[in-house]
Design a protein around this ligand. Structure first.
Ligand code: F6P
Ligand code: MG
Length: 458
């Protein structure tokens, strides 16, 4: 048994946790008030408006609690009755050595708690149960990504036609290059994350998308196990090849994940694709099943996306085809928004669906785990030395027979799998740019990892 390092803490001024709690959270939660007010104004229902005002006050209380570093309270029996998975938070809070506050305590746990208390306040009002407080921002950010959307639709259209041309089948070498290209698209799609881009301009968003931005960024992939994942893919008989995506953000990232999926399905590299979504609004931009329909609607909206209609329509038609014949499907689980880490995807975890996910992933060819928050949950958000092998940081999950491929742009402190010397170089580089805390290169979103573990680790 290896000894586990401590977790990143909200009170540590050298961690990205520190400014996240003090600066980013109040802005993010403050923006929710705008969306609730807009929804009130757009409705003629007095009861909805009355309940909306209660929600506005509850949201203000959360903001005050964050600013004052209030104690994190456990969820009441009544609240747990309303939403049973809240119990997972009470259990984790019970395990702490000392009471946590919004400004002092385990970063990952309290951040997840924050989104759950927000969700609870909204769902406590009967007329607001299905309201997604982040929906408007998810949609408007997607449409702002116009140039990236066009570029990818054009690329996919061109390649898909080429792939489907049976007179001239594509060689396995070329497929391997294309696999790399679409993985790259999906990886850097994660750079467009609304919780980091809370105040992003159009330029900020666009600078993170598109082929040129990706080519520029490829040297910033600091751990790359893709060749092993490719080998794994080819080792499974086609009829059994299924790829699972543990999704992250809606909008552009979701679009980039769909592009990778379409490429894999069209080229007959995989038979089936399953997308795993959240059951509730989460970390601002995360994907829920209903966001798929919204995505299709937004893609078909010729007012917001007036150009390259042939290519856009082709993209929509292709994914709808696979959706209808069930080669592509979306599922969700309460597990993803519980207080548990991904280490709890085990046969023993029967309260929140960890056992069901474990069973489902047993016959997956690759489980592609997207984004920063999922990576934190894969590694326990612990202060691992950055040269720790990925398999060690996966803890119990390393020997679960689940083939994990993490695609993550680094937006928080935890990072493993680096070769000796890489971290020191990046610290020096970050410092030379005038940054006070050298280690914070790792939270800037400019670097990324593609880390694979074959379900067995020794
Ligand atoms: O705030 C914590 C955090 O994990 C950030 O590091 C990141 O910006 C955000 O939440 C979510 O990122 P992602 O959408 O990539 O999981
Ligand atoms: Mg996210």
């Amino acid at each position: 048994m290896i000894e586990l390092p401590g977790v990143y803490n909200l009170g540590d001024p050298t961690s990205f946790a520190f400014s996240t709690a003090r600066e980013r959270w109040p802005t993010i939660i403050g923006n929710c008030k705008v969306d609730v007010s807009t929804h009130i104004n757009e409705s003629n229902d007095p009861e909805l408006a009355h309940q909306g005002k209660i929600i506005l006050q509850d949201i203000q209380n959360i903001i005050d609690d964050i600013k004052n570093g209030a104690l994190i309270r456990k969820f009441t029996e009544e609240e747990v009755k309303l939403i049973p998975s809240l119990q997972s938070y009470n259990d984790k809070l019970d395990e702490l050595n000392e009471p946590a506050t919004y400004l002092q305590g385990p970063w990952l746990l309290i951040e997840c708690y924050l989104y759950r208390i927000l969700d609870l306040n909204i769902k406590s009002q009967s007329k607001w149960i299905d309201f997604d407080v982040f929906e408007a921002s998810k949609r408007s950010a997607f449409v702002l990504s116009k140039s990236g959307i066009y570029e990818l639709a054009i690329r996919y259209h061109y390649l898909s036609k080429e792939i489907k041309n049976t007179n001239d089948p594509i060689s396995i070498e070329k497929l391997s290059f294309l696999f790399e290209e679409f993985i790259d698209v999906s990886l850097w799609g994660n750079a467009t994350d609304l919780s980091l881009l809370a105040n992003a301009t159009l330029e900020d968003i666009q600078s993170r998308q598109g082929q040129e931005a990706r080519a520029e960024s490829s040297k910033n992939i600091i751990d790359n196990d893709l060749p092993e994942a490719w080998k794994r893919l080819l080792s499974v008989p086609f009829e059994q090849r299924r790829i699972d995506f543990v999704l992250d953000n809606a909008g552009f990232e979701f679009y980039s994940d769909l592009s990778l999926s379409l490429f894999l399905l069209d080229s007959k590299l995989v038979k089936n694709v399953t997308f795993h979504c959240k059951t509730r609004p989460w970390m601002v931009s995360d994907t829920m099943i209903k966001d798929y329909k919204i995505f299709i609607k937004d893609m078909l909206d010729e007012t917001s996306l007036p150009d390259h209609r042939e290519e856009i329509n082709y993209f929509v038609k292709s994914i709808e085809h696979y959706h209808e014949n069930k080669q592509f499907q979306l599922v969700d689980s309460e597990f993803w928004t519980s207080a548990l880490d991904h280490w709890d995807i085990t046969p023993q975890e029967t309260n929140y669906g960890g056992n069901k996910l474990y069973n489902y992933f047993q016959d997956s060819t690759l489980v592609i785990v997207k984004g920063d928050l999922n990576y934190r949950k894969l590694t326990g958000d612990m202060k691992w030395p950055r040269t720790t092998p990925f398999g060690i940081a996966l803890n119990k999950l390393a020997n679960s027979n689940i083939h994990i491929l993490a695609l993550r742009t680094c937006k928080s402190d935890v990072c493993v799998g680096l070769a000796p010397g890489v971290e020191e170089k990046l610290n020096d580089h970050w410092k030379s740019l005038g940054n006070k805390i050298p280690e914070l290169w790792c939270s800037s979103g400019q670097w990324a990892v593609i880390s694979y573990n074959p379900g067995k680790f020794s």
